[in-house]
Design a protein around this ligand. Structure first.
Ligand SMILES: Nc1ncnc2c1ncn2[C@@H]1O[C@H](COP(=O)(O)OP(=O)(O)OP(=O)(O)O)[C@@H](O)[C@H]1O
Ligand SMILES: [Mg+2]
Length: 241
């Protein structure tokens, strides 16, 4: 497969030019990083796992009325996406307290957050992705107030769809991070939805099936990611006959 010019090499994906001006090629690499790049490794097949899960969820969300950048897969780790003007925000939805929220605030690990909590971080590695509230998002000119309302509502909708989906598989969607971008006159979901960008626990054992396995050396990250892929494949066989 011929890839166009490399436009951006992030920590986990490489973005290439496409033949079409309004599209890009997103290639999910096997690189794995944590703690803002301090921990780094490479796991053969990880990119393909994350690409397949992302593609599945982009399709699933589209079917449920959420617009995404997904166009099609080119191979198991590479997808064509609509070219967005990214909004430098990490929009995080949390259903259960875990990770940084437990370090920063008096929540107990595993505490249910109902209603879910949305947190917005300004995407800037050098500044350590600082949290920004609504006023700061408006003051920085990242979104208008109606766009901000839309981004939050869409995030809650995505959260409900993904939470219910994983619930059916016996897993708890603890939290996840998404990114949005401008496309034509609207704002749509971009980037990825994968085990790198979410926390996923077994409902009974609370075992992790996400990047925490890597972050905190909880076991074999590829077998954890593989389990999620396997469960989704099982769901597809049942539902997409
Ligand atoms: N449809 C799109 N159009 C344009 N840019 C996109 C699109 N989808 C994702 N991106 C951007 O492409 C890049 C993907 O790279 P990657 O996720 O590896 O790195 P990163 O976001 O820089 O770092 P990290 O996510 O590891 O903090 C990100 O900058 C992301 O915002
Ligand atoms: Mg990223």
């Amino acid at each position: 497969m011929e890839l166009g010019e490399l436009l951006y090499k992030g920590k986990a994906k490489s973005i290439y030019k496409s033949e079409k001006d309004d599209e890009l090629i997103s290639c999910f690499r096997d690189d794995m990083t944590a703690f803002n790049g301090e921990k780094k490794d490479c796991f053969s097949g990880k990119g393909a796992y994350n690409a397949s899960v992302s593609a599945f969820f982009f399709n699933y969300l589209e079917k449920n009325g959420v617009k995404t950048h997904f166009v099609k897969m080119l191979d198991e780790r590479t997808m064509v996406v609509k070219k967005l003007q990214m909004i430098p925000l990490e929009v995080i939805a949390r259903n259960v307290a875990a990770g940084s929220i437990v370090k920063k605030l008096p929540f107990k690990e595993g505490q249910i957050l109902n209603p879910p909590v949305i947190i917005t971080d300004y995407k800037d590695d050098e500044r350590g992705d600082p949290s920004v509230n609504d006023d700061l998002i408006l003051a920085l000119g990242l979104l208008t107030s109606s766009e901000l309302k839309e981004v939050k509502e869409t995030t809650l909708r995505i959260n409900k769809l993904l939470y219910d989906f994983f619930d059916e598989l016996g897993m708890v969607l603890v939290d996840f991070k998404i990114e949005f971008g401008r496309y034509k006159n609207g704002i749509i979901l971009g980037d990825e939805i994968s085990m790198d960008s979410m926390r996923l626990w077994d409902r009974e054992t609370k075992e992790s099936f996400d990047k925490d396995v890597y972050r905190y050396n909880k076991g074999n990250v590829m077998s954890a990611y593989g389990k999620v892929v396997e469960k989704i494949e099982g769901w597809k066989k049942e539902h997409l006959k």
